[in-house]
Structure formats: C-alpha cells, structure tokens
Ligand binder design. Sequence first.
Ligand code: GLY
Ligand code: MN
Ligand code: MN
Length: 430
Amino acid sequence: MRYDQIDNSLFIENRKKFIAQMKPNTIAILTSNDVKHHNADDVMGFTQNNDLFYLSGIDQEDTILVLYPDALKKENKAMLFIKETSELIKIWDGEKLTKEQAENISGVSRVEWDKDFELFLQYMAFEADGFYLGHNEHAKRVTNNQETKQDRMIKWCKQKYPLHDYYRAAKITRDLRPVKSKIEYDLIQKASNISVNSFESVLKACKPGVKEYELEAELAYNLVKTGSSHHAFKPIIASGKNACALHYNTNDSVCNDGEMILLDFGICYGNYNSDTTRCFPVNGKFSERQAAVYSSVLHCLKEGSKMIKPGVLPSVYEKNMAGLVEAELIKLNLLNADDVAKQDPEKPLYKKYFMHGTAHYLGLDVHDVGLYSRPFEKGMVLTCEPGIYIPEEGIGCRLEDDYLITEDGNINLTAAMPIEIKDIEALMNN
Ligand code: GLY
Ligand code: MN
Ligand code: MN
C-alpha cells in the first residue's frame, strides 16, 4: 500500500450510518469495479468503486461486501468476499490481500473467498425481503455500452431473485458521502498539501518555449514520489487560448512568451482527492490585461467562497457568484452595464465569458456524489472555482480552492498554494 493504512473506524462508522438507512430485513450488495482493458492483454489499471471503498476500505478488484443487519445469525450481518489468490496469481501479479489483512483494513470480521459468494447469498436470500444494489447515479455519467460489474450484479440478482424488492444503495451513499468525517478531510488535506509542492515545481520549471506536457511531468514526478495513487483527473495544462476550452487536456502545445497558463490538477491520496486551479504567466510577469482579468477572478473567488457555509443553498451561492463575475466583466469592458440591465434573465450575457458552475462536492470522487438541492452543511468539502474566458484575447482564467465547511464558515484546505500575483511572480523569478 502506498499510503498509511486508514483507521478502520472510518469504514465501521460508515457501515453503521448506511445500515441505519436500510429498510427492515434487506440485504445490501456492493461490488468492486472491473479492471479495465484496452488492447491485447494490456490493462488501463484499476480504480475501486467508491461506494464499496467508502463502506469497506478494500482497494482490490473482485471484492463484494454484503450487509444484512437483520440476519438471524450474527456472523451473517456483514460479510466481505475477496479475490482468492493462487500460486499462479502470486507468480505473475504478486500478493493479494489475505483474509486477515482484509479484516484488518475493513473491520469486517467475516471474510470469505469471492468464489463462495453465490452460495452464501443463496442461504440468506429467502430470509430477506429485498436487496440494495449499487449503481452509478452520477448525472453526468456517459451512458454507453460499457457494462460495469454493478450492471452485471443487478442483472444476475434480478434474474435469480425476481420477486424480491429492489432498492438503490446509491441513494443512501449520496446522502452520506458529502459530509466528511475527520479521517476523510485529513486525507483531502494531505492531498492538498502534496499539490502545493507540485504547483511550486511547475512554476520553477516554466519558461517560454516549454511544452505543456513538460510541466505535466513535474506533476507526475511529485505525485509518484509522494505515494499518491494517481492524478485526481487528467491534468489540464492549457497555455494561451487553450485555456478557453474548459476540459482541454491534450497538453501538447508550446507555452509562448506573453501567454498565461491555466493549470487545473488534483492529487488522489489514499483514494481522496484535491482539485485546484492556478494561472500564471509563461514568462514570469503578468501583462497588464492578464493581471486585470486575474484580479477579477481572484476577487470572485475570495468573495464567492464566503458563501460556502452552513445553510446556504447551492443555487443561491451560484446566483451570487454569477453576480460577482458579471460585475467584473463590466469592469473589464467585456460587457456593457446598460446591456446587462436590459438582458433576458433566461439568457444572461455573462455566459459568453463564464459558462460553468463553481462549486462541486469533493471526496472519493472529484465530482463527488451528493444532491445540489441540499443546503451546505458542516463537514461538507466543496470546491470554489470562478473563471473568465476570453478566446478573442487568448486569455482563460480560472482559480480554484477546496473548502471544508465548519460551524459558521469554512476552512480553505488549499490556502497554502500561492495565489496572489506578487507571490506567483516572486516564485517564478527566484
Ligand atoms: N477539473 C475539474 C474541475 O475542476 O471540476
Ligand atoms: Mn473542480
Ligand atoms: Mn479543477
């Protein structure tokens, strides 16, 4: 394991909270993700299913967690099924988790081999009235022909047990996962701290003529060196007008003298993510216009993030943020105040230069699960990421920090990452 083992009280508590929301006499079945293949026998790698991880801490393929809180036998209340290893697996891939290790990581005392899952379930299934099954319910999930292990479990279970009631495990986890416990926000803080060093390395490596991917290499070096699992998402290193494509990530252009770079990246550490954006001039000195746009976005970040506090509805926060950006666009002579006063509220003019939302939950997923109709609460971790994009001037600017909501406000978990113009210029020129 690259990171220090997470205290299993996290997973024990998470299971308690999940079970408290299950209907009487039901069984929850949570599965891992598949190892994804690309060509021939090569694999893209493995990323655990985050609902399974949240409830078990197991970061290995071919894992199934079964929770049956009303089971007659105590030992059937929680069962973990893990991949049975063999001499062949050991020779080719190395060690897999032993039952003892899996028990220690998860706090589940009954651990069995995955090959026995169907048999054990069969013994319990007809005592129960229904099943909770996992499914990816993210609104932006691309629906295509990639069948997941969860999809196969739903198909198999419904075919084998057609007359049971079925419920959505994701409805419970989307309620629980947005509010982080201390162990979780400490991990996000750790990921954030690592990202501060990454950013400073990028600033030092930046000079006219450098390729965007050479700056990406600084991020990759630092994340591997620190025992991070992987990038939180493919990093965006966008110079000049590339920064106006919101999800640009080919990172293959030359960074030219006079351009500004937008760097949006995150660290995944212990399966928890950071997500930050900074902008800086290729040559180490912001032009007057770049500084003006940057200062506008920084003002929106500083003012808008004050709204990330208990009781505020995300829609109200977004409306306020849009108002802040709109006012800055007028100051920057990108919008005319009279036109704004007369605009169709359904088609606000600011959308030409600012076209995305500016707060999302952050945790095991970068765009973490959770409803946006729910007011902000203590313990939630959210990003704040206003931006202004002016393709005709070759300037795209977004600034993004990560905030933990407290009793009456928030803590900026990424405050240590330089953001003031003078600090960025000083780091680039020393
Ligand atoms: N890079 C993804 C985001 O900031 O939400
Ligand atoms: Mn973000
Ligand atoms: Mn981001």
